[in-house]
Design a protein around this ligand. Structure first.
Ligand code: NAP
Length: 539
């Protein structure tokens, strides 16, 4: 039996999918349905329940801004929201807009294909259900496909292993256990102090040392909460105007405009304030290598001052890339945890992991016996979540083949050959280089306006022009080279963390504000760069 035809199918019920449903269903009056693999809303926060999981964006800026009522109604309790609090927020939003009735939970999409004669997307789920819709909108996030390195012997391991991005919902008790953790990215740096507080011992396997600045998390005072509510208009405006979508501005001064003493004082002050603001202290930290090295040296010195054991301090401060060329973590007691006697650090760059044995981890330097292994090894970022949907477009061409040499898109929003498919925060958009809700809202609103335009104008089909895609690829590449971002060889922005993945810088690094301007211009010029086909052209 043919499934009923919907206007829109949305895959994923995180920040993007929920807002997209609200926009299409409640504002445009379309029939829309969300298919979600998890049993609840929340997207990345539904899956990432590892110890210490907390957002690195400040809570008052890590939320939707489309509803004044919500901005005034919701109360964040801490400077950085912890995973359970974000889940409460997502459920509050879902309930406020009655979204759950149009979300099918526990429904994993395993394939989607473009049915050209019917001008429809057909979608299959793991449970064998079929759906059909005019528009397919992927809201699968950028970091939702766990990367578990293919170490030989993992299946022989007699202990328990878990990946931070697929954390057991019932929690994990580390009491009395010898725990090993592989990975020291943003996730690993958050989980290490919390696991260390519980485990009998913690062995950290570090491949690439990482910069981290203190988060300085704290409960929000009633005065701050009142200030935020009174000033939300201005705060949201700033988030829309800044490069990274954060609520603070990057200072418009060069590191070389100040004396050594002034620079030191500025860094010290910023270090004390804590958070991602550290990189915005001077305008050239992320663009000029010499300026960057001043910030890098400051952080390395702080690491050496904090970590008492000289060998641990050396390993942790031996960082091979410019500061913030990889996504900079912020931490709560990461380097301090390294001072605990039961926390050891293993250099797996010098002595790589060879295999997982029944008893633990073997590196070229020897075996480490462990009761549990935590993989904080990140994600097959940006393209992974889209490729695992098994999407085929026009003429039966698979997205996997079109992207064999790396993702190609127009504005990170659409792929040539995949008509009426929209990728929220897709590769080629600012996405992961921003405070995500800001990028998400901009994409969702662009897609909503575009679909409304198509309906008003009788446009049945839209996809990008080949030249627009080629041109955008050049722009994405050029934008990355205006920053120091491509200089971190092992960065997941480049796909370097997954063996065999094409090395292409994936997000658009030109900044959220500039990107928003480009999208507005594209729309104002009648969706320049897209091919819009009217219904009559299809009959
Ligand atoms: P990640 O940044 O990719 O870090 C993965 C870690 O695992 C790295 O230290 C990596 O080493 C290591 N690793 C991977 N494969 C390995 C192997 N085969 N052998 C040894 N080590 C290996 O992943 P993540 O920490 O999960 O963070 C991913 C992104 O998620 C972040 O950059 C951020 O955007 C987001 N995130 C956000 C928050 C937040 O806002 N609260 C928290 C966590 C994560 P190499 O560096 O050498 O590859």
């Amino acid at each position: 039996m043919n499934p009923p035809v919907l206007d829109a199918l949305i895959i994923g019920a995180g920040f993007s999918g929920m807002y997209q449903l609200h926009c299409l269903r409640d504002r445009q009056g379309l029939s829309a349905l969300v298919l979600e693999a998890g049993a609840g809303v929340g997207g990345t926060w539904y899956w990432n329940r590892y110890p210490g999981a907390r957002c690195d964006s400040e809570s008052h800026s890590y939320c939707y801004s489309f509803s004044q009522e919500m901005l005034q109604e919701w109360e964040w309790s801490e400077r950085y929201p912890e995973q359970p609090e974000i889940m409460r927020y997502m459920n509050y939003v879902a309930d406020k807009f009655d979204l759950k009735r149009d979300i099918r939970f526990n429904t994993r999409v395993i394939a989607a294909h473009w049915d050209a004669p019917a001008n429809l997307w057909r979608v299959e789920t793991e449970a064998g259900q079929s759906y059909a819709a005019r528009y397919l909108i992927t809201a699968v996030g950028c970091l939702s496909t766990a990367n578990v390195p293919k170490f030989p012997g993992l299946e022989s391991y007699e202990g328990r292993w878990v990946h931070t991005g697929e954390w057991p919902h019932e929690g994990v008790d580390f009491t009395g256990l010898r725990v090993g953790q592989i990975g020291t990215g943003s996730t690993g740096i958050q989980s290490i102090p919390v696991i260390a507080a519980q485990a009998a011992s913690l062995t950290v396997f570090q491949r690439t040392a990482n910069y981290s600045t203190p988060a300085r998390n704290h409960p929000l005072s009633p005065e701050f909460q009142a200030w935020v509510k009174a000033n939300y208009g201005e705060i949201v405006q700033t988030m829309r105007e800044t490069r990274n979508g954060h609520w603070f501005r990057i200072k418009d001064r060069s590191i070389f405009d100040v004396t050594d003493e002034e620079r030191e004082a500025a860094f010290e002050e910023s270090w004390e304030k804590g958070g991602l603001q550290f990189r915005s202290e001077f305008g050239d930290i992320t663009t000029n290598l010499e300026a960057n090295s001043k910030a890098a040296e400051f952080i390395k010195r702080k690491i050496r001052e904090t970590v008492k054991d000289p060998e641990k301090a050396r390993l942790l401060s031996d960082i091979d890339h410019p500061y913030a060329a990889k996504r900079p973590p912020i931490d709560t007691g990461y380097f301090e945890a390294m001072n605990l006697d039961h926390v050891s650090l293993v250099d797996v760059k010098a002595n790589p992991i060879v295999e997982i044995t029944p008893k633990g981890v073997r590196t070229t330097a020897g075996e480490y016996e462990l009761d549990m292994i935590v993989f904080a090894t990140g994600f097959d970022a940006m393209t992974g979540p889209l490729l695992r949907l098994n999407i085929t477009g026009r003429d039966g061409v698979a997205l996997r083949d079109v992207w064999a040499a790396g993702p190609r898109s127009y504005l990170g929003l659409q792929v040539e050959g995949f008509p009426n498919m929209f990728t929220i925060t897709g590769p080629g958009s600012p996405s992961v280089l921003t405070n995500m809700p800001v990028a998400i809202e901009q994409h969702v609103e662009f897609i909503t306006t575009l679909i409304a335009h198509m309906r008003a104008e009788g446009v049945a089909r839209i996809e990008p022009q080949a030249e627009a895609v080629a041109d955008w690829l050049v722009k994405v590449n050029e934008a990355s080279h205006e920053t120091l971002l491509p200089q971190a060889a092992s960065s997941w922005y480049l796909g370097a963390n997954v063996p065999g993945k094409p090395r292409v810088f994936m997000p658009y690094a030109g900044g959220m504000a500039k990107y928003r301007g480009i999208c507005e211009e594209v729309a104002a010029e009648g969706y320049k760069g897209f091919v819009l086909e009217r219904e009559t052209a299809l009959t």
